[in-house]
Design a protein around this ligand. Structure first.
Ligand code: SF4
Length: 345
């Protein structure tokens, strides 16, 4: 079978460990979804991942702490104040967050993420995080998924025992969100400068996004030295403005994962997909999420009763996709004996 020579040349470059360009990444995303070229792209991404990570698959587990109408009202998010999906303020107690985080570790998760809405009080978040840190094994990575923050907060996150942060410049940031794009970029700079390992993601992908927009975020994650990169589809939540665009297919998500994996090369320590499905796990992804508590893609207060997967679900899926679930802590978020930051040096 003959492939488009231009696509073949780009893929040979990727297999040789060379960096592909933005234009080449766009070219890969433009291939027809029923073409042999797409299978070749996914095969190369799969090869790169299995060559770099072996057969190890990772489960990262996130505890959502609160559901509040969020004033940022991102046009895809179930928490957005303007969309009226959630009108009351619900918050897990400190004890509940601690117990869910510990249960995730006991079930075999490889990293624990704590998530809040953008306006959750930072002091309260730290108080909860410190309590979680005390019950987790010292070498279990703890990762913050919160609103934008600056150097002072970064210092405090390190002191509280975080090793990483999930932070993203969302697709159409500032247009589909009410957050100043410059603020998002400043937070990404802070994360990099303070040595928090960055979990980055091309998200939330909808049918309306162009290849150029996706490629921009793939390279942004690489440029900010992401420890892990991922691609995530947007779940159309009724009542949110972007609901009308619908959802990309699992196949399109797999294509985005594959091209992201090829763009980022071997600079990452894990390649994620969200939400977890088999096809992207055969197209370069080796890391997926378990979730409990609130979730911006779900209309249930506790996503573990809705869209969220358990650690066991994730492990089963990894095995189905030909991976062996990693035992113990992820290597994507190096644990320091003592927090080190530019402010304390
Ligand atoms: S995505 Fe984050 S910032 Fe945007 S509305 Fe939801 S919770 Fe708020």
């Amino acid at each position: 079978m003959k492939l488009d020579p231009e696509i073949e040349k780009i893929l040979d470059k990727a297999l040789a460990g060379e960096q592909i360009t933005r234009q080449e990444a766009v070219k890969l995303l433009q291939v027809d979804e029923n073409s042999p070229e797409l299978y070749a792209i996914m095969s190369v991404a799969n090869t790169l991942t299995r060559r770099h990570f072996g057969d190890k698959g990772e489960v990262w587990a996130q505890v959502g702490i609160n559901i509040w109408p969020c004033p940022k009202s991102c046009a895809f998010c179930t928490f957005g104040e303007k969309w009226g999906v959630f009108t009351s303020r619900v918050e897990l107690s400190l004890e509940e967050v601690v117990s869910r985080a510990k249960a995730f570790e006991d079930a075999g998760a490889n990293a624990i993420f704590l998530m809040t809405t953008a306006d959750y009080p930072f002091g309260r978040f730290l108080e909860i995080a410190k309590a979680v840190r005390e019950v987790l094994s010292p070498d279990m990575p703890m990762v913050a998924n919160i609103g934008d923050f600056g150097p002072e907060e970064a210092e405090k996150l390190l002191e509280a025992g975080f090793q990483g942060a999930y932070h993203v410049f969302r697709l159409r940031e500032g247009r589909d969100t009410e957050i100043d794009p410059k603020v998002r970029l400043r937070t990404l700079e802070t994360i990099r400068d303070f040595g928090l390992a960055l979990a980055y993601c091309v998200e939330p992908i909808g049918p309306e996004h162009s290849p150029e927009e996706l490629v921009e975020e793939m390279f942004r994650g690489k440029d900010y030295l992401a420890a892990s990169l991922a691609a995530m589809w947007r779940v159309p939540v009724p009542q949110t403005p972007l609901y009308k665009y619908g959802m990309i297919s699992q196949w399109t998500l797999a294509k985005a994962v594959a091209v992201t994996r090829i763009v980022v090369g071997d600079s990452i320590k894990a390649m994620g997909v969200h939400e977890a499905r088999i096809l992207p796990l055969r197209a370069g992804a080796n890391q997926i999420y378990a979730e409990t508590g609130p979730n911006p893609r779900d209309v249930l207060e506790d996503t573990s009763k809705g869209r969220g997967f358990t650690v066991e679900d994730c492990k089963e899926l990894l095995v189905e996709a030909g991976y062996t679930p990693l035992e113990g802590p992820s290597g994507a978020f190096p644990v320091r004996p003592k927090a080190v930051s530019p402010l304390t040096d």
